[in-house]
Design a protein around this ligand. Structure first.
Ligand code: GUN
Length: 290
């Protein structure tokens, strides 16, 4: 392996320490305690684990942290009523509705019902518009975390050719907007793109967010490129692997994120950052350095 390893666990720990210091400062100076509320509908096992981690980490950072658990049979009106109640609750600065939602609940309608200034996932159309426009909204967590890791390897990405493989609302599209805002030349490729290996080989920065285990091979990586692997896939043997064939790609890349221990830990770290940002804005206070 010749690539530098980009350590997501360490980067997340450092970010969490800055968040905890900011929370302590807000309490001491203004009596503000940032509050994060997570909504879980149903019994999806992976979602339960994620929600428990989000609750625990928000508490560890000194925030008010609550979770609302609704049964899998909850109606859309019940979920919307809860969202409206949380929108109106001044002690709640950030609301996250865990996805996926049960089929009887229209996820997009729930997201659009959120107060955009409390939408710490950054999925509301207003925040999407801000992301592609002048900025100033809440930025989706996994893309934000990917950019923080990218900055560990490349101080100035301006002018670099960034290739994003994947076009989801949660990762592909928002990370493309962030790369563009960082003055990269951005290509968004996807499952229907022709000559995907050739497109990837042109990338100085390669962001893999397709959700297919080890699809991106070492031969697709330009020598010296920075590879950010957003994929988390479980193999038949129960092993966690990314969207990139790590052992092969690490021979060629200049820097690469591992799976696990890369982008994964950054998602909750960025959720906590967004909650502090949301709390500061709601109270008209300057956002401390995070
Ligand atoms: N489910 C998988 N990823 C996410 C995420 O980033 N936010 C929410 N709310 N649900 C998810």
């Amino acid at each position: 392996m010749s690539a530098k390893l980009i350590d997501g666990k360490q980067t997340a720990r450092e970010s969490n320490a800055r968040v905890a210091a900011a929370v302590a400062g807000l309490k001491a100076s203004h009596g503000i305690v940032p509050g994060l509320t997570v909504v879980l509908v149903g019994e999806d096992p992976a979602s339960k684990v994620y929600v428990a981690s989000k609750e625990r980490e928000a508490k560890a950072a000194g925030m008010n942290s609550t979770a609302h658990r609704l049964p899998a049979t909850a109606t859309q009106d019940e979920v919307l009523a809860l969202v409206r109640r949380l929108n109106a609750d001044a002690s709640v600065h950030g609301i996250l509705v865990q996805l996926p939602l049960p089929r009887q609940v229209d996820a997009q309608a729930v997201i659009e019902a959120l107060d955009p200034d409390k939408d710490v996932d950054g999925f509301h159309t207003i925040n999407t518009g801000r992301l592609w426009g002048q900025g100033g909204g809440l930025v989706p967590c996994t893309p934000q975390g990917s950019m923080l890791l990218l900055r560990q390897a490349v101080e100035r990405p301006a002018g670099a050719h960034a290739v994003v493989v994947g076009r989801s609302m949660i990762v592909g599209k928002p990370v493309a907007a962030l790369l563009l805002a960082a003055d990269c030349t951005v290509t968004v490729a996807h499952s229907k793109s022709r000559d995907l290996p050739g497109i990837c080989r042109g990338a100085d920065i390669l962001i893999a967010a397709v959700g297919r285990p080890e699809m991106i091979r070492g031969g697709w990586v330009k020598p010296g490129a920075v590879v950010i692997d957003v994929g988390i896939n479980r193999t038949a043997e129960g092993k966690l692997v990314g969207d990139v064939a790590f052992a092969e790609a690490a021979q060629v890349a200049g820097a690469i994120t591992p799976v696990p221990g890369g982008v994964g830990p950054m998602t909750i770290a960025c959720l906590l950052r967004n909650t502090v940002i949301a709390a500061c804005r709601q109270h008209g206070k300057p956002v401390p350095a995070l």
